[in-house]
Design a protein around this ligand. Structure first.
Ligand code: FAD
Length: 388
């Protein structure tokens, strides 16, 4: 892990003392507590619930939630630095936190005072475990406005029926933010609900057998005549899709930073390997090809960082920054894919071995171009903003 001061200096951004201090303590947690078990978790798929609890002590599960609502109250720039640090150590842990943060940001913005008392403050105190964001379904992901899960009001209770797919934290969450259709077809017929862990009719599927990020507890959720009180509706009825999309917009900065954390870990590994492996009587780092690859990757990484920090900064200034968050997610995750692939190449055959961290990073990186909006969806958003 690169020294934080050098890292920030390279990005030539005016970071505040608060941002730097928060990033430093999160990097220490990542280096000392999260990194050591990452390879083992990848092997076993064991969900790091103990680490989640430790992360709660630093407020990492509800970073952008205001302090009066029980969160850490940090800005988007700090959130990005945190996601980078955690992902550099372990991408599974980073996405567990990203998903929890996504859900809690929505509660902070849209929950009623009573709902905040019931869920957000205990959550901020680390008493509810992780949170899940349950939008995708077996039949739709990018086109979430086509979701088929229904919620009907019956004698003062919402009755939910349907299935959710690919839900990060799904098996371990204390609360799930579930999006369901209350009012006919299209985006305006969708509403958001909190479903608490253990609610009758909420069934958790088996862990998905994934290529990477194998410890993030991704499951399907099944809602079968699942009854929740009427006041579990979050925000206004019919506002669910708008709520989901606005949170995902800001969430993209977190995924951009997460992918850059992975890419930085890959870059460090490639740089180190090239300086100790010899071929044809030379260090691999002495071949001009290797040097050009390293220079290109560093240039692309810095460019991706600047786009990511620009998006975070715009969000902190209260801008919607739809195009900028999508550009950041698109470029950072695509850069991550290219950098990680090139660092595997620098490792030669050893890059293909589980004995080297680069192999896990390669698998962990692939999904960043898929979840929280695929690269194609990001391009669609950018183009839509251009042609508005
Ligand atoms: C590990 C993992 C964790 C996840 N965690 C969560 C979670 O916690 N909560 C949650 O709700 N979801 C989660 N997801 C789901 C994820 O958000 C979706 O997989 C993603 O949005 C893509 O949807 P899809 O898989 O249905 O692909 P599809 O939407 O079926 O897309 C298939 C292909 O078509 C392309 N495509 C689709 N529409 C367009 C278009 N308009 N223009 C151009 N190309 C298009 C896509 O880019 C993609 O290449 C997770 C997924 C994974 C793999």
């Amino acid at each position: 892990m690169l020294d934080l001061k050098r890292h920030l200096a390279r990005l030539a951004f005016p970071f505040t003392e608060e941002q730097t201090m928060a990033a430093q303590s999160i990097r220490e947690l990542a280096r000392d507590r999260i990194a050591p078990g990452a390879a083992e978790r990848d092997l076993t798929g064991a969900y790091p619930i103990e680490l989640f609890r430790e992360a709660c002590a630093l407020g990492l599960q509800a970073m952008k939630v205001p302090t009066e609502d029980g969160g850490a109250g940090v800005d988007n720039v700090t959130y990005a630095l945190a996601m980078e640090a955690v992902a550099e150590a372990c991408a599974s842990t980073a996405v567990i936190l990203a998903s929890s943060n996504l859900t809690t940001c929505i509660l902070a913005q849209h929950a009623s005072p009573a709902q905040k008392d019931r869920w957000l403050r205990p959550y901020g105190a680390g008493r509810l475990g992780p949170a899940s964001f349950a939008l995708s379904e077996p039949g739709c992901g990018s086109d979430a406005s086509a979701l088929a899960t229904t919620a009907r009001l019956e004698r003062g209770q919402w009755v939910l029926d349907g299935s959710k797919a690919w839900i990060t934290n799904g098996a371990h969450a204390g609360l799930h933010l579930v999006f369901a259709r209350t009012d006919g077809p299209g985006a305006s017929g969708i509403s958001a609900f909190v479903v608490e862990r253990g609610t009758a009719g909420l069934l958790v599927g088996r862990d998905e057998d994934k290529m990477g990020q194998r410890a993030s507890g991704t499951v399907s959720l099944h809602l079968d005549d699942c009854r929740i009180p009427e006041d579990h509706l979050v925000g206004r009825r019919g506002d669910g899709y708008r709520i989901a999309l606005s949170a995902l917009g800001a969430g993209r900065v977190g995924i951009a930073a997460l992918s850059l954390g992975l890419a930085e870990a890959a870059f460090d590994a490639g740089l180190a390997y090239a300086q100790q492996r010899r071929a044809f009587g030379k260090l691999v780092a002495d071949f001009q090809n290797t040097r050009f690859v390293l220079a290109d990757c560093r240039t692309e990484l810095d460019a991706a960082w600047l786009l990511t920090l620009r998006a975070a900064r715009l969000l902190d200034q209260g801008e919607r920054a739809s195009a900028e968050t999508s550009m950041a997610k698109l470029f950072a995750t695509e850069t991550c894919g290219r950098v990680v692939d090139k660092m595997v190449q620098i490792h030669g055959g050893y890059g293909y071995s589980r004995d080297y961290a680069i192999e896990r990073i390669y698998r962990d990186a692939r999904v960043t171009r898929i979840y929280e909006g695929t690269s194609e969806v990001q391009r669609t958003v950018v183009a839509r903003e251009l042609l508005r």
